[in-house]
Design a protein around this ligand. Sequence first.
Ligand SMILES: Cc1ncc(COP(=O)(O)O)c(C=O)c1O
Length: 386
Amino acid sequence: MAKDPRRIETRVAQAGRDHARSDGAVNPPVHHASTLIIDHVEDLYGEAKRTYALDGMSVHEALKEALIAVEGGAGATLAPSGLAACTLALLACVREGGEALVTDSVYKPTRRFCDRMLKRLGVRTRYYDPGIGAGIAELITDATCAVFLESPGSLTFEVQDVPAIAAAARARDAATIIDNTWSAGVYFKPFAHGIDLSIQALTKYQGGHSDLLVGAVLARSKDWQARVFAAAKELGLGVAPDDAYLALRGMRTMLARLSQQSASALKIAQWLETRAEVARVIHPALESHRDHALWRRDFSGASALFGFVLRPCAPEKLKAMLEGFSVLKMGFSWGGYESLIVPCSEQLVRTARPWREEGELIRLSVGLEHPDDLLADLEAGLARLA
Ligand SMILES: Cc1ncc(COP(=O)(O)O)c(C=O)c1O
């Protein structure tokens, strides 16, 4: 398909708006459907026509078109959550007796899937240092089916050398999968860097309102798209039409939300760097970030999720800080219009590159509130550590 020369704002406003499909309305219809009526016997069997709603209705097609308009690729497959998109992509690539190489910075439920389900299916997982870069070549064997990246890691924010890893994997015919949720597909373009499959948890920035769970796997080529779509069909994965509609609706305003949230997040990260209570701020757009040069090279921006490490403090002080906020709330997701804060040290699992920070790791998802109100809330919170 020819590349759309228009800018991303225009593409995301236009994508999936086939007026014939929507009875003249701006937005696509939401069909609550399982059964599709088929008029001709010759259309009942065979692959040519859609025969069941699980294959996707207009609203699903429109959402996929919007995802491709943002991130590129030859196709997209929807999944009932971001985690289901991660597991779908892995299942589409692995085989019994094979192995997956997975970044040590991976989202913990993806790790759980590898350690339990893939293991039961006879697939071995080895975790690698997210900073490995071209060194991944030494880990790839004939058994390696897939190399899984998450960049930046959604708790510890290491930025990976994606082109180097993708090139090494391609040289050995291993598939590359990246969880690209942090960039929302806006700030990082995996297919331009040689990746085969890109995952988006649409639950986060695309949805943007913390009221849905949807995921997607985008594919570099038609072949990869066919493989993932077939796996989703074999697994029986579907997405409710209302959720697909909400995800698409969220995408129409995503760029505006992202730019405001990202600017607030950077302002807050810079402020946190000046605070004595904070040992380290982990935001890829800060020059102090270990992988800042990689981020500058490969990303066009930063989203609004980042971390910071507190100086060691008593657990009751930490509890007082976290429970006393007025604007910030504690919660495990991110990317919504509302700011969230969560202590993360307890959920860190590292086996390839140990995490050596002593103080608590805090993750902040910055929302659309005024940044000065968030700063005031944080300032009062840090004072509770004293
Ligand atoms: C990086 C990353 N990938 C995937 C997911 C899973 O998304 P969902 O909550 O839609 O299952 C999350 C959720 O927090 C995440 O942080």
